[in-house]
Design a binder for this molecule. Structure first.
Ligand code: PLP
Length: 416
């Protein structure tokens, strides 16, 4: 940081401030994490200088000997980690990975069917104002109103009625286990291709803490930066049959030059995720989420679907505070150094900018080293702040207590 400090004190200052912010707050946003120092080292390397359009040994530029090896290593590790036949590690994001799959396999106007955004799906699964919904004809399935879970018989009925060219499974805010085998059967029956987007749960999948979609899917996409704890970006995995089309869809289909520094950082993260310690980490994410959920339930907060099987939960604020929106609640918590996001709950009567829910996740706080005893404390803090309706005295008191806990567990503090 010293050279940056001299060259550009403004940016250096803002990076330091962000580091202080991360260090002094607890990150409960379910899609965020804290990467290791080796991942940061790879990201901040000279690989950012290199243009490498194309793929290893098939580049449009000279001087790619080293980056070829980096990308090949990353591809090999991705294939090994996920047990996939083919891996493309170039997507700049999870959304790019999904768009590339559509481009590889579909023609404009063909049908895709994914989980409803309002029930926990993602923008890139066919929202009308996303390219996925503008170019393809999108319909959606959702959770049941009584259980708030996917009912696979109902999903099957809907899929067979629609017969989409591609069925998309995966979510941004679904706290329960996804039955990928059942989705595979349904896709087969309907004659649909299957895309499993495991952006949120990839770290749980590779640690065998969540069922694996790879054996049942034509395509699997993920971000690297959520439970997988890698750098921002995505990958596409596919069967060998789709390898050429997937690669062409990423480059030159939707991207130009790959971000070689990010690819190196993905490779470092994949190596970390192969270690036994990572399996322990993934187990701790789930244990922490379960305890946090139990503690909130014990304080009479209703959780969507009654709890969690994975790394996240959705709190229905109406259960104790019918007049408080997710928007307001998230602001109160952030003032107390507990960072989370407002989130629609299924069948939410409020608009998405307000919402009746909060989404809480444990990947980042588990990376920091927090355990079950801390989950009890966090649940108590959340309950006190919300029930005080943002009383400044309660917020100030809690903010200091949170900072004290944070000082004990600095970020990044894991060095696999
Ligand atoms: N797919 C799912 C299920 C997600 O939750 C997300 C991000 O939240 C994405 C895709 C998109 O990832 P990105 O933000 O990298 O485009």
């Amino acid at each position: 940081m010293e050279r940056l400090e001299q060259a550009d004190p403004e940016i250096a200052h803002l990076i330091r401030r962000e580091h202080q912010r991360q260090n002094g707050t607890l990150e409960l946003i379910a899609s965020e994490n804290h990467v290791s120092i080796p991942v940061l080292n790879a990201l901040g390397s000279v690989l950012t200088d290199k243009y490498a359009e194309g793929y290893p040994a098939k580049r449009w530029y000279c001087g790619c000997d080293q980056v070829d090896k980096v990308e090949q290593l990353c591809i090999d590790r991705a294939k090994e980690l996920f047990g996939a036949e083919h891996a493309n590690v170039q997507p700049h994001s999870g959304t790019s990975a999904n768009l590339a799959v559509y481009l590889a396999a579909l023609k404009p106007g063909q049908k895709i069917m994914g989980m409803d955004l309002a029930h926990g799906g993602h923008l890139s699964h066919g929202l009308s104002i996303n390219l996925s919904g503008a170019v393809y004809e999108a319909t959606h399935y959702g959770v049941q109103d009584d259980t708030e879970r996917l009912d696979m018989d109902k999903v099957r009925e809907q899929v067979l009625a629609e017969k989409p060219d591609m069925l998309v499974v995966g979510a941004s805010a679904y706290p329960r286990t996804i039955d990928f085998a059942a989705f595979g059967e349904i896709a087969k029956e309907a004659g649909s291709l299957l895309l499993a987007d495991i952006a949120h749960i990839a770290g749980l999948v590779v640690s065998k803490m969540h069922p694996d979609p790879v054996p049942y899917s034509d395509f699997v996409t993920t971000t690297n930066h959520k439970t997988l704890r890698g750098p921002r970006g995505g990958i596409v995995l596919s069967t060998q049959d789709w390898a050429t089309k997937v690669d062409r869809a990423i480059f030159p289909g939707i991207q130009g030059g790959p971000l070689m520094h990010a690819i190196a950082a993905k490779a470092v993260a994949f190596l970390e995720a192969m270690k036994p310690e990572f399996k322990n980490y993934a187990g701790a994410i789930i244990t922490n989420a379960r305890v946090l959920a139990e503690e909130l339930l014990g304080r009479d907060w209703r959780l969507v679907s009654g709890g969690t099987d994975n790394h996240l939960m959705l709190v229905d604020l109406r259960s104790k505070l019918p007049d408080v929106t997710g928007h307001q609640a998230a602001i109160w918590l952030s003032q107390a150094n507990l960072i989370c996001n407002k989130n629609a709950i299924p069948f939410d009567p409020r608009p998405p900018v307000q919402t009746s829910g909060l989404r809480l996740g444990t990947p980042a706080i588990t990376s920091r080293g927090l355990g079950t005893q801390h989950m009890k404390q966090i649940a108590q803090w959340i309950d006190e702040i919300l029930m005080s309706q943002g009383d400044p005295k309660v917020i100030d008191r809690t903010a200091s207590a949170v900072t004290e806990l944070c000082l004990e567990f600095p970020v990044p503090n894991h060095n696999l």
